[in-house]
Design a protein around this ligand. Sequence first.
Ligand SMILES: [Zn+2]
Ligand SMILES: [Zn+2]
Length: 269
Amino acid sequence: MADPIQHRAAAELAAGYKLSHRVAELGAMAVFAVLISVFLSRVVRAGFERPVHAVLGLMIGYLLADFVSGLVHWFCDTWGSPEWFVVGPVFIRTFREHHVDPLSITRHDFVETNGANCMSVLVALVPAMWFQVDPSVSWRVVFAAVLAGFILCIPCTSQAHKWAHMEPHLVPTIPRLMQRAGLLLSRQHHDQHHVAPFVKNYCITTGLCDHLLERVGFFPTLERWITRITGALPREDDIGARAATALMADSDRDEPNATHSLAQLPPSR
Ligand SMILES: [Zn+2]
Ligand SMILES: [Zn+2]
């Protein structure tokens, strides 16, 4: 039986990766490399004086990056369209293409995989350059390390996501060991996201935050609030209005991850 979910064509979404995006990504990667080198040198110097504060901050930044990766992924899966100004073609389009053709990410080169994240993390990295990393003030060392952990992990998110889709024997040894230890997004964990209608396990750096977010129903609750305030229907552009309405009906019955109504729909064309 055909699927009631109706996506856009993969080729149409893939064609949205223009030369202008690539040039912008290359420029962002160059700026990122210069700025992060300067910022990290300051954090490392302070970290030698206060190693416990630095490690604590790095761990918080590492978890924060996973949470933000889930938040951005959820937003791009759920709201808006690839036609939105700038955000649409650069971010939303890639997540929509990924649902239709999950292995396309494994064919992306280094720039296409990581460029957009290097660009987006500049929002945190550029202001961080003005932050005074003073080793004599403990909170400043912790905060600088949080920033460093976050800013280092965000550009690795798509790479971690790509590794989670690759055959295990093709993943380099260190990330493969980190996947096994649960320190990097694993294939088993992320596979649960790729079950239609794509409403579980949004976090794509380590996946560690998913457990808590799923338990408290974080994203379904957020969706209901946004729909009540704006009237927008979650996932309408991604899976079609019929399927999105059916999912919303399940969510309104406090069954956020249920798909009863969706299963009762007749197949799309
Ligand atoms: Zn997704
Ligand atoms: Zn994926």
